[in-house]
Design a protein around this ligand. Structure first.
Ligand SMILES: *Cc1c(COP(=O)(O)O)cnc(C)c1O
Length: 636
């Protein structure tokens, strides 16, 4: 599928990068070849992302920058709630649906406050999984009706906080994650007379699918096994506290890729639910946990980065099944809660970074005379190049590999000069490129030729740290949509891989959206000297923002919060400057004063010894001091 420049169009770019698939209408390409952002697929206003970046640069907000679109958060909440509310109407379900935002997905203050603000009309609540998160959640939920669910391990202090919150009238449900916790609550009750409304997390035998499969299943970390559920009920009865048990919860893992698993989990849970009700508990709520997936690669194929169901199907299946099982057993339906963190947060933020350099194994234009082709393998290699064709390219590949290895042996034995080796390598890579090109054109691939793709691709050094901004790309090989945010009306002419600024060989993005599923490289543009080239990394709103770490002491990036107000009209609602070097040094307990002092001593010594003159010493000291206030990333 060779495309000539004449055939290139913005439509080809749409197909190549699958923007319409993963972008869900929030992201698209305009006629200028720039990425546009809008609050929802049907909202009238678009922001040209390249224009926004130019304007941020003018404000001296340089790359890399995290951009947050709160309008997208609002739309996600509405999509989720509306899907469930429609399913409730369609099935004449006599309960409510309330979304919960599990704040571990993104605890940024602006995200939590936006969720609460935009979620109010849908009854959105929050989920906390630790004491620190509980402190956030208790203070931020100022409406007593806002549901709060507490998962995670709970110590005495946690239990007391929850008890007091219940006492003050909050709608709070601590979920018992293991049997011991129940005893803590009972002990607390005996002491204080306070018992909050309890939830039980059940351990299903149904396991999730994908990277988080271990969250569910018999060996999972959390939840009560069925015998423990029965024991907990006995225990509550014994204490005359069964009335406190109001909620049943399960969570089978994040990014559940197959709807079949969701259905199984619901059925298994509802069987337990029915029995628990029969034993006398008044279960008003069913909390179906998280796991609602998003499509990161737009392929809808078998992979971790996509899902085989729609939101409508998800909501429809759940509501239908819960109702059916309740009906069959003559019990009232519960209100439904879900903790769909990834679904709510993933799309709202993206990062834009620039590419200060490219390294490549393209011919570097050797300007010394071509050496005599004296020795066998070098001569043979030269002879291959003009003869490669569709019929012999695989053979040419093998020959070239063989001659290269022979030539390298000759070089090591001292029979080949450095210029001869240089020429041999240039020709070798020309052959490899030609072989790869023909293989793409003909669609004939062998595994070794397929591997050529990443070897032949150019390395785009991007101004960011994978470990800080895209931790899951490194930790669990998650794919995120990545693409240039401008020049999409020009044909991308180079195969590239994107690497970060850290000196870690793991700081490389090794999966990209491909037309038929994930690929090891992507098409990017050549960059003229001095031109800016901007790459966007999308859908990083879930888990990435607070999971990041300080590898090589690259700190938090700048973050801007944008509200879309009209076509290319926006308001910067908040700007959080990224870490300065001073700040990241503090994290690792280096004190600026001490470092300055030590540096000054050494510079003075250098002056005394005559290694620096006074002017040089002042200049060095000035640079060093200034360094503390700089951004941790490449500055222009
Ligand atoms: C992590 C987690 C969630 C969020 O899962 P998503 O896949 O992001 O929706 C929900 N509930 C619990 C208990 C979790 O641990």
């Amino acid at each position: 599928m060779e495309q000539t420049a004449a055939q290139w169009s913005v439509d080809r770019a749409r197909e190549l990068y699958k923007v319409d698939q993963w972008g869900l209408g929030y992201f698209s390409i305009n006629e200028h070849g720039n990425i546009c952002v809008q609050a929802a697929s049907d909202s009238p206003h678009k922001i040209d992302l390249k224009k926004l970046i130019d304007e941020l640069n003018k404000r001296k907000i340089h790359m890399p920058v995290l951009i947050r679109f709160m309008d997208i958060l609002r739309d996600r909440i509405a999509q989720l709630s509306n899907a469930f509310n429609h399913a409730i109407e369609d099935n004449e379900y006599e309960g409510k649906y309330l979304p919960l935002f599990p704040i571990k997905v993104n605890q940024e203050r602006d995200v939590v406050t936006s969720m609460l603000e935009h979620g109010k009309e849908f009854g959105l609540g929050l989920e906390a999984g630790s004491k620190a998160e509980l402190l956030i959640v208790l203070a931020m939920t100022t409406d007593l009706k806002t549901p709060i669910v507490c998962n995670g391990y709970k110590d005495r202090e946690f239990v007391s906080l929850v008890g007091m919150a219940h006492q003050m009238g909050k709608t709070i449900f601590p979920v018992i994650e293991n049997y011991e916790e129940l005893e803590t609550f009972i002990a607390y009750y005996k002491e204080t007379g306070i018992m909050p409304r309890l939830g039980l997390r059940i351990k299903l035998s149904t396991r999730g699918v994908g990277k988080w499969a271990k969250t569910g299943g018999d060996a999972s970390k959390f939840g009560l096994r069925v015998p423990e559920v029965l024991r907990a009920i006995e225990r509550l009865k014994e204490e005359n506290l069964l009335h406190a048990l109001n909620l049943l919860h399960f969570h089978i893992g994040s990014q559940v890729t197959k709807i079949k698993v969701v259905k199984q989990a619901i059925v298994e849970t509802m069987r337990v639910f029915v029995e628990v009700v029969r034993l006398g508990a008044k279960l008003d709520y069913l909390d179906i946990g998280g796991g609602l997936g998003v499509d990161y690669d737009g392929s809808s194929r078998e992979s971790h980065s996509t899902i085989n169901y729609s939101l409508r199907e998800y909501a429809g299946d759940i509501v239908y099944r819960v109702k059916q099982i309740c009906q069959e057993n003559g019990i009232p339906v519960p209100n439904l809660l879900s903790e769909s963190g990834r679904f709510l947060a993933a799309h709202y933020s993206l990062m834009v970074t620039n590419v200060p350099a490219i390294s490549s194994i393209r011919p570097c234009g050797l300007d010394f005379p071509k050496p005599e082709k004296g020795y066998g393998p070098v001569k043979e290699m030269f002879d291959i190049l003009p003869t490669i064709s569709k019929d012999n390219f695989s053979e040419c590949y093998h020959d070239a590999v063989q001659y290269r290895s022979e030539a390298l042996s000759l070089f090591n034995l001292g029979y080949l000069t450095l210029p001869e080796r240089a020429y041999m390598e240039e020709v070798y890579w020309q052959i490899m490129r030609r072989v790869h090109e023909i293989s793409r054109q003909t669609g004939i691939q062998t595994p070794e030729i397929e591997d050529l793709e990443s070897e032949l691709s150019d390395t785009y050094f991007a101004n960011f740290s994978l470990f800080q901004s895209l931790p899951d790309s490194w930790a669990i090989d998650q794919l995120f949509p990545i693409m240039p945010i401008h020049r999409l009306n020009e044909e991308p002419d180079r195969l590239g891989t994107v690497v970060d600024l850290t000196c870690d060989s793991d700081g490389v993005i090794d999966q990209y959206i491909g037309e038929d599923g994930p690929r090891p490289s992507m098409m990017l543009h050549s960059i003229n000297n001095g031109d800016h080239y901007y790459i966007g990394i999308f859908m990083i709103g879930a888990y990435q923002e607070t999971l990041g770490e300080l590898h090589n002491l690259f700190g938090d990036t700048h973050a801007v919060q944008i509200r879309i107000q009209g076509d290319n009209q926006y308001k910067i609602e908040n700007l959080i400057k990224g870490d300065t070097i001073h700040q990241v040094l503090n994290y690792v307990s280096f004190n600026r004063g001490e470092l300055l002092h030590k540096m000054r001593d050494q510079i003075e010594q250098a002056v005394d010894d005559g290694r620096l003159d006074l002017e040089e010493s002042a200049k060095l000291m000035g640079l060093y001091e200034e360094g503390f206030y700089g951004y941790t990333y490449f500055e222009e």
